[in-house]
Design a protein around this ligand. Structure first.
Ligand code: ATP
Ligand code: MG
Length: 232
């Protein structure tokens, strides 16, 4: 399998934010994507907006990057601490590589405190809404869509939004039901999915390690699909 991939990004590059409730696998998925894009020759930088209020989050992307040995390839892209909300867009635009990606890892979605999320939406071309479906779950992303309306009213900017199903049990069939429900709400659900992977070498155990690369894996598929979505 050939990893080389024709870079579809425009000269000015593109920005993607990952949003979703706590534990929806935003940081884990991003860490693996960074490594895949590096291998595919897509330049990227990441911004950790999970600890921008000064409180270091133990599971954040920045904490992950800092745990990797200096002589390793690391995550394959630099990870910066995101600045406070008012400066986020300018900083993300400034640091975005030519024909590359800026990625924003946001903190757990919280209805009450949305400043950093509004700033991430404002800075993004594409919003990836990570959803962790269980059999009982109803779509609770309405407040995220509401925030997008708010940003559009304030700035005239509305990013493209896609849903990503994460951490579900592949044998329980829950993901199919949630996919259908989201599509009925008019949302675009990515074909790529990141199911639960709990083995010793799985995603659940990967925090603080150099993410494993495998051609045609679910993460590789997702890395390719996001490049298509962000250049639509
Ligand atoms: N595909 C997966 N399969 C199983 N476990 C996973 C998977 N992805 C992530 N996890 C585990 O789920 C937990 C939450 O993942 P992660 O920290 O990436 O979520 P997050 O959305 O960034 O959370 P937060 O909003 O708190 O930042 C972690 O313990 C992680 O190891
Ligand atoms: Mg996180």
């Amino acid at each position: 399998m050939d990893w080389t991939w024709k870079n579809p990004l425009p000269e000015e590059g593109r920005t993607i934010s990952f949003v979703g409730k706590g534990g929806s696998a935003k940081s884990t998925t991003l860490a693996h994507l960074l490594r895949n894009w590096k291998k595919m020759g897509i330049p990227a930088v990441a911004h950790d907006a999970d600890d921008s209020d000064g409180q270091e989050e133990p599971g954040s992307l920045l904490a992950w990057a800092e745990m990797l040995p200096v002589h390793s390839e690391g995550l394959g892209a630099p990870v910066y601490r995101a600045p406070a909300a008012p400066s986020l867009k300018a900083e993300v635009d400034r640091l975005r590589p030519r024909r590359g990606l800026s990625l924003i890892d946001t903190k757990a979605w919280d209805r009450g405190k949305q400043n950093s999320h509004l700033a991430a939406i404002r800075a993004s071309d594409l919003l990836v809404l990570a959803l962790y479906p269980s059999g009982m779950e109803k779509f609770r992303g309405a407040s995220i869509l509401g925030a997008m309306d708010e940003v559009e009213t304030m700035s005239g900017h509305r990013p493209h939004v896609v849903c990503l199903l994460t951490r579900f049990n592949p044998s329980a069939g829950a993901a199919d039901g949630v996919r259908k429900e989201l599509e009925e709400e008019g949302l675009h659900v990515l074909k790529s999915e990141i199911p639960a992977s709990e083995s010793k070498t799985g995603y659940a155990q990967s925090f603080g390690t150099v993410p494993r690369l495998k051609a045609d894996s679910d993460m590789h598929q997702l890395a390719k699909e996001l490049l298509v979505e962000v250049t639509r």
